[in-house]
Design a protein around this ligand. Structure first.
Ligand code: NAP
Length: 339
């Protein structure tokens, strides 16, 4: 069965997912697009030589009988109404992170999905589909290193754009660690604190970089994640789980080791797009397979909500310097067997 997909938001990642569905993956076809900029929507179809329909609004695209399932890849502030429309229409919807820009917006989607009685939402937390993180999870779940006690992580970018602000380090950058660590540990967060080391002179005026986020989970695991978005040397994601009887580390991306000029070396990536390129394919393959069954799998709307609640607490902690609680309500039974 071919799942007919409508894409709302034909910017960078929207076009990339359209290419993926059209040229790399089986089981899906792009039949409709919508973007606030109609020209961009038309160009996205032309670039792939597609004969889809262009809709003026996301709501009209969702309502079209031609559309079986929806990709929401617009600007984060626009996600909530379109995801809600898809859920209310009973159509599977893949939404890039953030699910919504506020915890309440995510909660609205959770409640609509529960009211419909069927899983329909997948959030684009693609790290859960990365081969390295999956190996790490398999090892943790098998008990190979005993129960996790501590996690040391780092999220480093060589540089960031001029509009990157201190709180974006949480909402745009740490958000991936917030989700993937919660999934790896099968745990929720209790409290967070953010501290700022000596500032790098490579950060633009007004941006506090680096920062260290410390998180305590409900089970008592202590997590520290360094966010350093002007590290200069490369795009580098690190994750080390310290367990009762051993340590497990996220594997480094594959790279050719060279011996040259009296040096033994491996390359480090510089572009974030290259680091998780395979996981974008796998997450959308999962979406297409579930959508063909009229449902969704992978990261849930509840996971999107949990990430928003933790991120809000981190932003508060950036300002207060204090340990801030993460006030998560109890997980509804509906999401008990989520991703
Ligand atoms: P982008 O290039 O700016 O694309 C967003 C597109 O959506 C633009 O064409 C924008 O039009 C359009 N748009 C804005 N509001 C809309 C609306 N109400 N209806 C329809 N289209 C609308 O941004 P991007 O990099 O593709 O990011 C899109 C989303 O994906 C963001 O939420 C981002 O956080 C997420 N993302 C996730 C990852 C990941 O690793 N999972 C990576 C990159 C991005 P204008 O340009 O005219 O405003």
């Amino acid at each position: 069965m071919t799942v007919n997909i409508g894409v709302i938001g034909t910017g960078a990642i929207g076009r990339d997912h359209m290419r993926r569905i059209t040229q790399t993956l089986a089981g899906g076809a792009i039949v409709a697009v919508s973007d606030v900029n109609r020209g961009a929507a038309e160009a996205s179809l032309a670039a792939l030589d597609l004969d889809g329909e262009v809709f003026a609004t996301g709501a009209e695209l969702v309502a079209s009988p031609k559309v079986d399932a929806v990709l929401v890849t617009s600007w984060g502030g626009a996600h909530e109404p379109d995801v809600l429309s898809a859920v209310k229409a009973g159509k599977p919807v893949f939404c890039e992170k953030p699910l919504a820009t506020t915890a309440q917006g995510c909660r609205n989607i959770v409640e609509a999905e529960i009211a419909g009685g069927r899983r329909l939402v997948q959030v684009g937390f693609m790290r859960r589909y990365d081969a390295g993180y999956r190996m790490l999870k398999t090892m943790i779940d098998a008990g190979t290193i005993g129960a996790p006690l501590m996690v040391h992580g780092a999220h480093r970018n060589p540089t960031v754009g001029a509009n990157y602000t201190t709180d974006m380090a949480i909402h745009d950058t740490l958000i991936h660690e917030i989700d993937v660590l919660r999934w790896l540990l099968d745990d929720d967060y209790r409290s967070v604190q953010v501290v700022f080391p000596r500032r790098t002179p490579n950060a633009r005026e007004g941006l506090r970089d680096p920062q260290v986020v410390m998180i305590e989970t409900v089970k008592g695991v202590r997590i520290d994640v360094e966010i350093f978005v002007n590290c200069v040397y490369g795009y580098d994601i690190q994750c080390e789980i310290v367990g009762e009887t051993g340590i497990a580390r996220l594997p480094e991306p594959m790279s050719i080791q060279t011996r040259s000029g009296a040096r033994l070396s491996n390359e480090i990536l510089v572009d974030w797009k290259d680091r998780f390129i395979d996981s974008y394919d796998v997450e959308l393959k999962d979406f297409l397979a579930a959508a063909a069954r009229g449902t969704a799998s992978g990261p849930t709307a509840w996971d999107g909500f949990a990430a928003a609640v933790a991120a809000d607490a981190c932003v508060k902690a950036q300002g207060s310097g204090a340990i801030e609680p993460v006030a998560m309500p109890e997980r509804p039974a509906f999401y008990a067997f989520g991703a």
